[in-house]
Design a protein around this ligand. Structure first.
Ligand SMILES: Nc1nc2c(ncn2[C@@H]2O[C@H](COP(=O)(O)OP(=O)(O)OP(=O)(O)O)[C@@H](O)[C@H]2O)c(=O)[nH]1
Ligand SMILES: [Mg+2]
Length: 411
């Protein structure tokens, strides 16, 4: 295909008809990591690979979205632990937004109540198993025994409940969980009691509680986790809304980031393979035609070709944005290759290569010295630069699709 308005001897055959060399089977870590396991992810890997090779970004976006939906049903085990009487069972009821008198609520009481661990579910957190543990502190059980008996290894997220005082048991629990490399929160309950009218202001009390927890953890070199101050008597007040939001985000992360964490490198590998293949084609396919006054047209056509090849043309991006429930501008914003102007503006090398001086220089080479090969070589360099920039943009967009699939954008 020849650029519009170009004559035969001005512009060489352009790139749309270029057949790329076939790809070797993908041997990315992503492919490897799922050989043994999850068939959904294995299937995703294969279909993504195919779609990406064909530059069908919409299919890639749909594939990732579907997989995230499937992964969002993966069961997650959250355990609630702390000192006996701190309000662990009450917290579970509050999180489920049910009263302690309801049939399937966790039993609570002023005396030691939870003797064996029990599990609960909540319609507010589908596919989440909430474990109510007997508390520490009622016996002289060591933290190591407790950890073994309660099978800490099986939980994905820990919620350490504290109230009245942040004790050494709380710090030890945090330490053990941190050592296991698992995520945890500190939830300070019974805030309603702490805020009963007294000499200090509410803000002061809340600040004191937070600072005290942070100090105790830092003394033992525990990284400070998210801290929430709540009252189990009111599941919608204080930090409860924030806690729920954080929990929802973390649930997505636990379910998706692990299994999908290798996708960016898979994307990178496929794109790099395509770039390598297209670079070869540029080297093989360039004709004898010199640079011309229509160099801009040539560059525009080249840009258009590569955007189409990688599926980052305007139309495809519009479709991707729609399927992600967002606006195309959010995808375009970080792209250098929106058009020739933005491409040049975003890349000094291309700016230099396409400036009038450089073109004139090579024109003289060709006219006066007859060095057509230099002109050809220069032209290939420009094509390759455009190719690289479009490929970089494609990677950025793929990362964004992945991110938006896991945490949908708010617009
Ligand atoms: N005022 C107030 N009381 C609470 C709160 N949370 C729990 N309680 C009370 O504290 C007592 C202990 O609560 P539980 O939820 O049974 O405590 P637990 O940590 O599960 O205790 P065990 O199961 O015995 O280890 C109960 O009387 C609850 O009503 C709270 O946020 N505010
Ligand atoms: Mg209990």
């Amino acid at each position: 295909m020849r650029p519009r308005g170009a004559t035969a001897d001005e512009v060489e055959p352009l790139l749309p008809n270029m057949a790329e060399t076939p790809y070797a089977p993908l041997k990315s870590s992503f492919a490897r990591s799922y050989q043994t396991g999850n068939s959904i992810l294995h299937e995703l890997n294969r279909s993504l690979e195919r779609a990406l090779k064909e530059g069908k970004l919409l299919d890639v976006a749909r594939g990732i979205k579907q997989t995230v939906e499937t992964l969002s049903q993966t069961p997650v085990n959250i355990t609630v632990t702390g000192n006996s009487g701190n309000g662990m069972s009450s917290f579970i009821n509050a999180l489920r937004i049910i009263g302690h008198e309801e049939d399937d609520s966790a039993p609570t009481g002023v005396v030691r109540t939870t003797q064996t661990r029990a599990k609960y579910s909540s319609s507010h957190f589908p596919s989440v198993i909430l474990w109510d543990l007997p508390g520490l502190g009622a016996t002289d059980q060591t933290i190591d025994n407790y950890r073994e008996e309660m099978e800490f290894g099986m939980y994905d997220l820990f919620i350490i409940i504290a109230s009245e005082q942040f004790s050494s048991n709380h710090v030890n629990l945090a330490k053990v969980i941190q050592e296991m490399g698992k995520r945890f929160y500190i939830v300070w309950t019974k805030l309603d009691r702490d805020l009963r009218p007294n000499a200090h202001s509410e803000t002061q009390i809340i600040q004191n509680i937070r600072v005290n927890i942070q100090k105790e953890l830092q003394k033992e070199r525990v990284n400070v986790p998210p801290i929430f101050l709540v009252s189990n008597l009111d599941p919608l007040l204080y930090d409860f809304p924030m806690l729920r939001n954080t929990l929802h985000t973390d649930l997505s992360n636990i379910r998706c980031y692990g299994p999908l964490s290798t996708l960016p490198s898979t994307f990178e590998k496929i794109i790099d393979d395509r770039v390598a293949s297209l670079r070869e084609r540029i080297d093989e396919g360039c004709s004898e035609h010199p640079l011309s006054v229509r160099d801009d047209e040539d560059m525009k056509e080249c840009l258009k070709t590569y955007r189409l090849k990688f599926g980052v043309d305007d139309e495809s991006l519009e479709q991707v944005a729609q399927s992600m429930g967002t606006v195309v501008q959010l995808y375009m914003a970080d792209m250098k290759s929106q058009n020739l102007y933005t491409l040049r503006r975003g890349d000094w090398r291309l700016r230099l290569m396409t400036c009038t001086f450089m073109n004139g220089f090579f024109y003289i080479f060709k006219c006066l010295l007859g060095l057509r090969c230099c002109v050809r070589c220069f032209r290939r360099m420009k094509y390759k630069r455009v190719l690289l920039l479009v490929a970089q943009d494609t990677k950025t967009i793929l990362e964004k699709i992945l991110k938006d699939s896991i945490s949908p954008p708010q617009i």
